[in-house]
Design a protein. Structure first.
Length: 517
DNA sequence: TGTGCGTTGAAATC
DNA sequence: GATTTCAACGCACA
């Protein structure tokens, strides 16, 4: 339950090797695990393990990608790894990439490289809790030091739960009272590393470069829209600086006042995917925000402020960590038991952006193409799927978000689905987002809707009727030519021919559309 | 048992 | 655009 931090053997004999295992925390700045691995070690092995369970292409999934992740998030991860590799190279090291079941790969590395200490960021997700226990058990039997610091979040969720008598707080306000200021708030974060000890001999391992999507076996379709957001620590810090440069905007930020239909310049920072992968340290972000607040007359406060958004993240991490079966309705003590309907066709209509409500469908397209939507847009489609309109299970919607969002985070995603479906935290089920009027409030001219809805779904009468006339003309001509005796095969081959022509035209239209926008 | 409160509803009203 | 009204939930705390 608690992170281990042993200070034994801090003066290693020269020649000793350490291993830093990257999972989240894909950054150099504010990275205590990397810093500790680098201290008093002759060699440091920076390792990322490509877990086939997470990364293997799955052609049967409902969208391009692996079983668990859509292709946009996989690309984001690969970009983050490439950036990390580049930064490590500047420090005299590099990222080692291996494939396989992580605990098997790790244990083999520890043995073959004669590693004396293994360092990895503490992780509260159930998947890593189980995996990390395996590694910790092996390490303790083998006499290897384990350093697993809390650096993904501002607080250690276990500390908050302990302060509250063993139960996680269930409201934001009670969370705030328990949490207070982070212990490190007034002290400077770690000094930037100037170098990392060299990588040692890799023995019999075949180390690969950071792979591309293609090398992982993904077949990319030109038509496919991938997220416009690029992964990596460098991009995270660039984006952070860009957001922070407008001090007034930072100081006056109020989450509920943002415009969910803003897509040219989103109403929020869009730092969530960088926080999710740890390309950006939440603690560094927190300190930067506090610095801005110090230099302005007045600023907004939690829950609506930017610091408030970081604290929402902490809130959900804490509740998720302290609640068994947090990601399910069954067996989840804080979740209302609701007889949701089970209807795969309705679910598919929602997922595939064909509910017939343009506001809802446009948001679902943005989800699929960008892997990111404004928080309020997420509210609208989640409410619609569950308690608002379709009455389908929040777990089904959760699965779709978990796959397609580039910022999908186990605790936050599940927490928000519990919230929006009125299964926990929030219970005013009579407050329903209207799938029409809510969107109209922000997008009265339909700019957002037209930008994201597939052009063929919003039928343009001019081009559609022209196309229909063309097809009818061809068909009539065929009928006339054959004196009205038209076989099924004749019809089939005509359809094929018309579709080919039409298909090309549609592709051309999309290309032109792209150039314009 | 009563009361106040909870990140961001919609529609009517000013 | 801000405020009021509507209808109304569970939960914490007294």
């Amino acid at each position: 339950m608690t992170p281990s931090h042993s200070l034994l053997n801090s003066n290693m004999p020269s020649g000793s090797a350490s291993l830093i295992w990257f999972r989240k925390g894909l950054r150099i700045h504010d990275n205590p695990a990397l810093e500790y691995a680098s201290r008093a070690s002759a060699f440091v092995y920076p390792l990322f393990v490509i877990d086939p369970h997470y990364m293997e292409p799955d052609p049967k999934a409902f969208s391009p990608g692996s079983t668990r992740a859509g292709i946009s998030r996989i690309r984001f991860l690969l970009e983050s790894l490439a950036d990390l590799d580049l930064s490590l190279k500047k420090l005299g090291s590099r990222l080692l990439v291996l494939k396989g079941e992580p605990s098997e790969v790790l244990i083999r590395c520890l043995k073959e490289w004669d590693v004396k200490k293994i360092c990895f960021e503490y992780d509260t997700d159930p998947y890593y809790q189980a995996l990390d226990n395996k590694i910790k058990n092996y390490a303790s039997l083998a006499g290897i030091e384990v350093f697993s610091p809390v650096s993904h979040t501002l607080f250690n969720p276990a500390d908050i739960i302990e302060k509250n008598g063993g139960r996680p707080p269930l409201s934001y306000q009670s969370f705030l009272k328990l949490a207070g200021e982070p212990s490190w708030a007034s002290s400077p974060l770690l000094v930037e590393l100037s170098s990392v000890p060299p990588v040692g001999d890799v023995a019999s391992f075949e180390i690969s470069q950071v792979p591309t999507l293609k090398e992982l076996g993904y077949v990319q379709n030109d038509q496919e829209e991938l997220t416009p957001f690029r992964g990596g620590e460098s991009e995270a810090l660039r984006r952070l600086r860009e957001s922070l440069s407008d001090k007034e905007w930072v100081a006056n930020f109020e989450k509920p006042k943002g415009d969910p239909s803003a897509y040219i310049k989103p109403a929020t920072t869009v730092l969530s995917p960088y926080l999710k992968f740890g390309c950006l340290s939440s603690r560094y972000f927190y300190q930067c925000l506090k610095d801005v607040y110090k230099n302005v007359k007045r600023h907004t406060s939690p829950p609506v402020s930017l610091v408030g958004q970081l604290l929402w993240r902490e809130f959900f991490y804490t509740v998720a960590f302290g609640t068994p079966n947090f990601d399910k309705m069954n067996g989840n003590k804080i979740c209302k038991q609701i007889p949701w309907n089970d209807d795969d066709e309705l679910l598919a209509a929602w997922r595939e952006a064909r509910t017939g409500y343009p506001w809802i469908d446009a948001i679902m397209v943005q989800l699929r193409e960008w892997g990111w939507m404004h928080h309020l847009a997420r509210h609208c489609v989640a409410c619609f799927l569950t308690r608002g309109d379709l009455f389908l299970h929040w777990e089904k919607g959760r699965d779709v978000f978990e796959r397609l969002l580039i910022d999908s985070d186990w605790a936050i995603n599940n927490g928000n689905w519990l919230w929006l479906s009125c299964s926990s935290f929030f219970y005013q089920y009579n407050r329903i987002y209207s799938p029409t009027s809510f969107g109209k409030k922000y997008d009265p001219h339909g700019d957002y809707i037209r930008h994201f809805l597939p052009i063929l779904k919003v039928v343009s009468h001019d081009s559609a009727s022209k196309e229909c006339r063309r097809k009818m003309g061809e068909a009539y001509a065929l009928n006339k030519k054959l004196n009205g005796v038209v076989s099924e095969d004749d019809v089939k081959s005509l359809r094929r021919r018309l579709d080919e022509d039409g298909g090309q035209e549609a592709r051309g239209r999309r290309q032109r559309q792209k150039l314009i926008s």
